[in-house]
Design a protein around this ligand. Structure first.
Ligand SMILES: [Fe+2]
Ligand SMILES: [Fe+2]
Length: 209
């Protein structure tokens, strides 16, 4: 194994452990501090379910970017993946903090979401940098749409969660643009459909457990 590859493997292992141990630290302050919390119990439970889904999504993002960066060929692309991955780490830490505030736990299947997404990241990376970027751009587009849906479903008085989701959506939009500017390939429709199916399983499960 070359020393560069060994370095990348160690980075990937470190990222996995940090994500799974729940010790990710955000570089940016959490959005929405000082905003209101949902008043009704049912709204609070709904916020907890939605934030558990978003936390699971950010676990997937960590795994995906980590797997893609591991096998990226072009160093420019690897750097972009690692830079976006750092922003995703903020998202992960914000969602985790918000779950704690709502007295809720992350999904029990977190290691499974990580393993599945890491595998997808490596697979899309091995298909070549342009396909890997295409996969990234499509993921970000789907996540952005999903976050818009959550912003409609979350109680208006849960300003704290809303501020986090809004900032995440803006970041995801930028990640997608970065992917396209680096030469992302448009994915075939069946792949897009398979991605939507995977995220549906994840989001429906993580809302409850
Ligand atoms: Fe994210
Ligand atoms: Fe993103």
């Amino acid at each position: 194994m070359t020393s560069r590859l060994l370095d990348q493997v160690l980075i990937a292992a470190d990222e996995a452990l940090r994500t799974l141990a729940g010790v990710a630290v955000a570089a940016r302050p959490t959005p929405g501090k000082g905003g209101s919390d949902p008043s009704a119990d049912s709204e609070r439970r709904n916020s907890a379910g939605l934030m558990r889904v978003n936390h699971a999504g950010e676990v997937c993002a960590q795994a995906l970017y980590s797997g893609q960066a591991l096998v990226a060929r072009d160093p420019r692309i690897r750097d972009a993946l690692q830079a976006a991955g750092a922003e995703e780490r903020d998202h992960l830490a914000w969602c985790r903090e918000r779950l704690d505030e709502l007295d809720a736990r992350p999904s029990l299947f977190t290691p499974l979401w990580y393993a599945g997404s890491f595998t997808l990241g490596v697979a899309s990376g091995l298909a070549g940098d342009r396909w890997s970027l295409g996969f990234l751009a499509e993921t970000e587009a789907q996540v952005e749409k999903h976050l818009d849906g959550h912003l409609e479903r979350i109680a208006p008085d849960d300003q704290r969660s809303r501020a986090i989701l809004t900032q995440m959506r803006d970041d995801e939009n930028r990640h997608g643009e970065t992917g396209r500017s680096l030469g992302a390939e448009e994915l075939p429709q069946p792949v897009k459909r398979a991605m939507r199916a995977f995220s549906k399983v994840m989001t429906r499960t993580a809302y409850w457990v």
